[in-house]
Design a protein around this ligand. Structure first.
Ligand code: FE2
Length: 249
């Protein structure tokens, strides 16, 4: 087993001979650098009741498909404050490296400091190292197979997910804030409403995942085409297919 630190995240690989991770993630450096990820901290530090680990009864690829595209965002989440402030047509694919399982796209927002909460705009200060231009953009990063980072103006959502069975999976979900935001005396109180809105947003996805999993079990369920806004899904599947093939030979 080997471990590697990347901007404050500890990556564990059960293969002691695995190549180092950092070169694989090098194309992400210019994107993540302004967010100073290593200086952010999880909301659970300020809210002892925050539950960051969740078990679900669907295949991990159902979840990965839902997290790695934003084709559904203005539909499934269309009524949320976040999505009314986000221009989903502005999707722009940046780092797309199927051979390394690293993907990235941006969405341009309709206002500065748009974020996931009950208002759709930040109630806490922006990450202080971001430029004004960066505060109009949301970055979504996928590190295959099971890491997703959503870089927002005030915080970063970090998801890690692993399969625990053919139709079971576990997610660790953290929202990371600058330390000075977590240290605010009013953080816990103001964050409560924000957190409720985030959970409601996640619940919309969960509603869909549960039904997709159920649908996949039907012999009448058709397989659909991948849309142009879902380029990351194509890349993740290419990455995965290569590894399945390597295992089989
Ligand atoms: Fe979603």
């Amino acid at each position: 087993m080997r471990t590697e630190l990347w901007h404050g995240f500890v990556f564990v690989n059960l293969d002691a001979d695995a190549p180092p991770l950092a070169p694989r993630l090098a194309p992400l450096e210019p994107i993540v650098a302004p967010y100073r990820l290593e200086e952010l901290r999880g909301e659970f530090l300020a809210d002892p009741d925050y539950r960051f680990e969740h078990d679900y009864a669907w295949n991990w690829k159902v979840y990965a498909e839902g997290q790695n595209e934003c084709y559904h965002c203005d539909k499934l989440h269309g009524d949320t404050p976040l999505m009314t402030q986000t221009d989903c047509n502005s999707i722009d694919f940046g780092v797309m490296e199927p051979e390394h399982g690293v993907f990235h796209f941006t969405l341009r927002n309709r206002d500065i400091d748009v974020t996931l909460n009950h208002l759709g705009r930040a109630i806490f200060p922006a990450i202080p190292t971001l430029s004004e231009q960066q505060r109009w953009i949301t970055h979504t990063i996928t590190i295959a197979p099971g890491v997703l980072l959503v870089l927002m103006p005030d915080s970063v959502i970090a998801l890690g997910y692993v399969p625990t069975g053919p139709t079971l999976m576990r997610v660790k979900r953290h929202r990371l804030y600058p330390r000075q935001t977590l240290a605010r005396p009013d953080f816990a109180e103001r964050h409560r409403e924000e957190s409720l809105a985030a959970r409601a947003f996640v619940a919309q996805d969960d509603y869909a995942f549960e039904r997709v999993q159920r649908g996949l079990g039907s012999r009448f369920a058709p397989r659909g085409p991948i849309a142009s806004r879902e380029r990351v899904l194509v890349g993740v599947n290419q990455w995965l297919l290569e590894r399945y093939r390597a295992e089989m030979t």
